[in-house]
Ligand binder design. Structure first.
Ligand code: ARG
Length: 279
């Protein structure tokens, strides 16, 4: 049985987006200085993503960014949307690892309530929402990364809340600090991943779960954030431009690739998947 993917996208405008601190290795340049965002380019890139989602038939709702929260634009992190055991659209609120980002969840919690989503909260541990917990919408399986931002210890509670046995995946390379930097789920049986980012057990779990597993090179995953590609519907894949090997593999496998420019967000350690929430 294949379930349909949800059609709603949430994005947060890049108002206030900047690199004000370094909480992942991508945020620093070769001299160890904070990278600098070009705000005009960031807005243009964000707008193109927004318009692309509309053209793919998705509904996009928008939260206004805030000067106080330089990473608020990364809408994937503060919540994890899912259908709860009553089948009701719900979210689990993140418990963000970095003190700089912890207050962001309040804004997303208010947004979720305004959408009529049921809101679940964890009481301890760290959990970074859809940065680390990723649905396969077509099978309703959930894959849960841990090791950098999310504690493995939150997963038994998350299993209960979601009434699902979440497949846990250990991340071992700090450049791939969120699961969504190294795993892109494409459809019921297909996913793309960066082998170097995962423990051996995690690779075995992925091999077991997906019969069509595409490998992404470390080079494209680090420089082009290829692992952060986003497939909203089992057919269209939105991908940072310049990842020619991965784009070729996707086309070969029958997917429709939409290349976009997200370079300003890559400076902060995020790309297509991070800058939206699907619910
Ligand atoms: N600068 C942000 C952070 O380090 C980037 C978040 C990217 N989001 C993601 N889902 N990978 O938290």
């Amino acid at each position: 049985m294949k379930y349909a993917a949800p059609k709603n996208i949430l994005m947060t405008t890049p108002t206030g987006f900047k690199i004000a601190y370094a909480i992942n290795p991508h945020m620093l340049d070769a001299e160890g200085k904070l990278k600098v965002v070009d705000e005009t380019k960031a807005l243009k890139q964000w707008q193109s993503l927004h318009d692309l989602y509309l053209s793919l038939g998705l509904t996009v709702s928008v939260i206004e960014g805030r000067e106080k929260f330089p990473d608020l634009v990364f809408a994937a992190n503060p919540t994890f949307p899912f259908l709860d055991r009553d089948g009701k659209p719900s979210v689990v609120l993140a418990r963000m690892h970095s003190k700089f980002r912890q207050e962001e969840t309040k804004i997303y919690s208010a947004w979720a309530a305004s959408q009529g989503l049921r809101v679940y909260e964890l009481t301890s541990g760290f959990f970074e929402g859809s940065g680390d917990a990723i649905w396969n919408f077509e099978t309703r399986e959930i894959f849960g990364g841990h090791g950098f931002r999310t504690d493995e210890a939150i997963y038994p509670t998350l299993d209960q809340i979601t009434a699902t046995r979440i497949h846990r995946l250990e991340l071992i390379d700090p450049r791939f600090y969120h699961l969504d930097t190294c795993l892109s789920i494409l459809d019921a049986t297909s996913a793309a991943f960066v082998p170097e980012a995962f423990s051996r057990e995690a690779i075995a779990t992925l091999e077991n779960a997906f019969s069509n597993l595409i490998r992404i090179s470390v080079d494209e995953a680090v420089h082009g954030f290829a692992g952060n590609a986003f497939c909203p519907d089992g057919q269209n894949v939105v991908l940072q431009t310049g990842n020619s090997c991965f784009a070729g593999d996707l086309r070969q496998a029958g997917f429709t690739v939409h290349e976009v420019e997200t370079g300003e967000f890559i400076k902060s350690g995020g790309s297509v998947f991070c800058t939206k929430q699907q619910y």
